[in-house]
Design a protein around this ligand. Structure first.
Ligand code: TXA
Ligand code: MG
Length: 318
């Protein structure tokens, strides 16, 4: 294994204290982390990722008590959600404290914050005197990484990766903002909409134009493979059109296909959680096979199926 992939927490803490960027595991996807109070370190995240400056970062804190060092005000429904889902795949967008720099928030008066549910990263954070800002550890518009080796494939030795195994959730966090203290979902994610609504009642879904995203995870072209990607509800109807082509298939539970070069099945048991966990890794692997086309199944339009479909639609956009 390459030396830039490590399990040495103390090394990672030292690098972060020295103003370096370190890739960290979370339950959703790997993140590219830096000390939130070191502007130069935060700048490095943007240059490593080639991420546009208008796209703000999520601050990762170690516990609920740290929230007040980052945000000014917590609406009642935000606190309910935090208490229910943290540590976990929920990002809250809240009014920022003055000390949170404009580089992190892209000049916005709000900041995205969450407690990641990953043992290694929580241990890392508990040994630091500062939270870390971290976007997903992929170059801008590429598929988010769910394993240490995938981060290494993207950035090579330029970034040290803390290895925490394969991400359990496999999809980015659900992002919830507040308008007049009422929750608005800005990005579908690892916590299904139904679970959010079970805690705070019906929520608005923000469908702002893609060219002016509230959360640029909403930029239409995102999570993209290089290979052409098509979505279908009926493989048998679409596959005959691709006779003679090198076709890869991404299916929910089906395994048998004719005239297909490669099949990735996300969950034999038709378990949406298992499918979500395997989604990005499978798409990434198919993308490396030099196929003419990847054909992916449209998932059931419920629970995490909605998040999976959201990611597939963005991955398809060109
Ligand atoms: O699961 C996750 O959220 C992962 C892990 C590493 O925590 N992180 C992640 O970060 O997906 P990123 O940067 O790829 O996506 C964060 C999203 C972006 O779409 C960004 O625009 C939005 O959060 N965001 C951050 N701060 C915001 C703010 N103040 N207002 C609106 N959107 C914000
Ligand atoms: Mg991202």
């Amino acid at each position: 294994m390459d030396t830039s992939i490590t399990t040495d927490l103390e090394l990672c803490r030292t690098l972060l204290k020295e103003g370096e960027v370190v890739a960290i595991p979370t339950e959703t996807v790997y993140g590219l982390a830096a000390n939130i109070f070191d502007s130069q370190a935060v700048e490095k995240i943007f240059s490593v990722k080639k991420r546009p400056r208008f796209n703000p970062l999520i601050v990762h804190i170690k516990d609920l008590g740290s929230l007040k060092s980052v945000v000014e005000k917590v609406p009642e429904k935000a606190l309910l959600l935090a208490k229910e889902f943290w540590p976990g795949p929920l990002t809250l967008i809240l009014p920022k404290k003055d000390g949170i720099s404009d580089i992190i928030t892209a000049g916005k008066p709000t900041v995205g914050v969450r407690i990641p549910n990953h043992k290694t990263t929580l241990e890392l954070l508990k040994g630091l005197s500062f939270p870390v800002a971290a976007p997903s550890a992929n170059p801008f518009t590429r598929i988010s990484p769910t394993s240490a080796i995938q981060v290494f494939d993207y950035f090579g030795k330029s970034v040290t990766v803390l290895d925490g195994g394969q991400c359990e959730i496999g999809l980015e966090s659900t992002i919830v903002g507040f308008e007049d203290d009422e929750p608005v979902v800005y990005r579908k994610g690892g916590i299904p909409l139904e679970s959010i609504e079970a805690i705070v009642g019906p929520v608005k879904i923000n469908s702002k134009s893609e060219s002016e995203p509230v959360a640029p995870g909403m930029l239409l072209k995102h999570y993209s493979p290089r290979t052409r990607l098509l979505l279908t509800e009926d493989f048998d109807a679409i596959l005959p059109d691709f006779k003679g082509s090198k076709v890869g298939v991404l299916s929910f539970s089906r395994t048998e296909f004719e005239n297909v070069s490669y099949v990735k099945t996300l969950s034999l048991a038709r378990d949406l959680q298992e499918a979500a966990k395997n989604l990005f890794q499978s798409l990434y692997e198919l993308d490396r096979l030099n196929l003419d086309v990847i054909i992916a199944e449209i998932f059931p339009k419920t629970g995490l199926g909605l998040t999976i479909n959201d990611r597939l639609e963005r991955a398809r956009a060109t």
